[in-house]
Write a new protein. Structure first.
Length: 127
């Protein structure tokens, strides 16, 4: 995934969600404490450009692998690009911050999100 100042937050979010359909990333002002959620009012507008929301203006490729943990991904965004992101996982019809499961891999999180969506649809009679 290419990170550059001219890209919009939503572009990166969409690229990430293509890789992991049951996960999403949100961008926040300031770094959150480990194991703690980021407050909703600190979320950046997805229409902002990356250049508008960060102090470290490195550009480059961020390699995202399914075997990476959530914590590793969040740390790479922060250390390489000065971007504070939080991963969310689908849970039925909700999106939950993965703060308590940051040690899980992206693949595990995505699989869990897919299972919860299937279960939710079964409970609510949707196909």
């Amino acid at each position: 995934m290419r990170i550059s100042d001219d890209k919009k937050i939503r572009d990166i979010q969409q690229e990430f969600q293509k890789l992991f359909p049951y996960l999403r990333i949100q961008f926040y002002k300031g770094k959150h404490e480990e194991g703690k959620p980021s407050p909703p009012d600190a979320q950046f507008d997805p229409l902002l450009s990356i250049g508008e929301v960060r102090k470290i203006h490195n550009e480059g490729e961020l390699t995202i692998k399914p075997e990476m943990t959530v914590a590793e991904l969040e740390n790479q965004f922060w250390s390489k690009y000065g971007l504070n992101v939080q991963v969310f996982r689908r849970s039925g019809n909700l999106w939950l911050q993965t703060t308590k499961t940051d040690s899980w891999t992206l693949a595990e999180q995505n699989r869990k999100g897919g299972h919860s969506e299937e279960a939710w649809k079964e409970m609510h009679g949707e196909d």
